[in-house]
Design a protein around this ligand. Structure first.
Ligand code: SAM
Length: 252
């Protein structure tokens, strides 16, 4: 009798807590991305069998299921709504990809996303801005992020793609998580006869990098800088025997 009472109480608590989760924590309602737009999101991110795709707010699981089915990727779908997770798991069984996908019923803000190589989002502008620090903090440099319809304000995308599906317009945004390169870097040119010592001071805002290179008493502003993941490229104009020579630097 006591056991039955505890069992019933647990069931009641589970019911109450799942209702509370939905009311308090559901940031965005379920609106699925059309399948042809999903295919374009995965293509823009260059998803392959080597990727681990996380869909934060996965709805019916279609993004990670397509990544597993068509590209052979592994996938993790996260949704706070238990109904969506149930649906995702059923869809994964139907698509025969249960060996490659997992679905987690939890808050995307409390999810460990560090193993992702690709993250997909279809949230809102506001939620994108809220999740942005988590993406930049937890994801490895080089991880690709794709969002349907909502951007990340000052974090400029590397690419955008306007698509139409069933007379509706969508914009796909694509970013690459930049490495943290801010600070002072020092090196000596390995193959020069005169051992020239370079001191580079960098600061960055997302993937936009500014800096100054000091060599002896000469200081030069870096130009044409490009930071993609952990790959940094820039040029400096150096005066050699009265002539300006452009030097290209590339580092990882
Ligand atoms: C617009 S739908 C996108 C579904 C799917 N990603 C797609 O593109 O087809 C947003 C999903 O986010 C889920 N969601 C909302 N707030 C969440 C949260 N805090 N944590 C996890 N999922 C959440 C909703 O339940 C919903 O399924």
């Amino acid at each position: 009798m006591k056991k039955l009472f505890i069992g019933l109480l647990c069931l009641l608590l589970i019911f109450l807590s799942s209702a509370a989760v939905q009311e308090e924590d559901l940031e965005v309602p379920f609106v699925p991305t059309p399948y042809d737009v999903v295919a374009k999101m995965l293509r823009i991110a260059g998803v392959s069998k080597d990727d681990v795709v996380y869909d934060l707010g996965c709805g019916d699981g279609r993004i990670v299921i397509m990544a597993a089915e068509k590209m052979g990727a592994r996938g993790v779908g996260v949704d706070i709504d238990p109904e969506r997770i149930k649906e995702s798991r059923e869809n994964a069984i139907r698509a025969k990809v249960t060996d490659r996908v997992r679905f987690l019923q939890q808050d995307l803000f409390k999810t460990d996303i560090s193993e992702a190589t690709v993250v997909t989002l279809y949230l809102t502008e506001e939620v994108n801005l809220k999740v942005r620090p988590k993406l930049l903090r937890e994801l490895k440099p080089g991880t690709r992020v794709v969002s349907n319809d909502f951007d990340m304000e000052e974090w400029e995308p590397e690419k955008t793609l306007d698509v139409t599906s069933d007379y509706e317009s969508y914009t796909i945004y694509y970013w690459v998580v930049p490495a943290n390169v801010t600070g002072t870097w020092e090196w000596i040119m390995p193959d020069s006869s005169v051992k020239e010592r370079y001191i580079l001071q960098l600061d960055q805002r997302f993937q936009t990098v500014n800096g100054i290179v000091a060599m002896d008493t000469t200081k030069m502003i870096i130009k044409d800088s490009k930071l993609l993941g952990d790959r940094l490229q820039f040029t400096i104009d150096k005066k050699v025997k009265g002539r300006i020579e452009t030097m290209v630097f590339e580092g990882f």
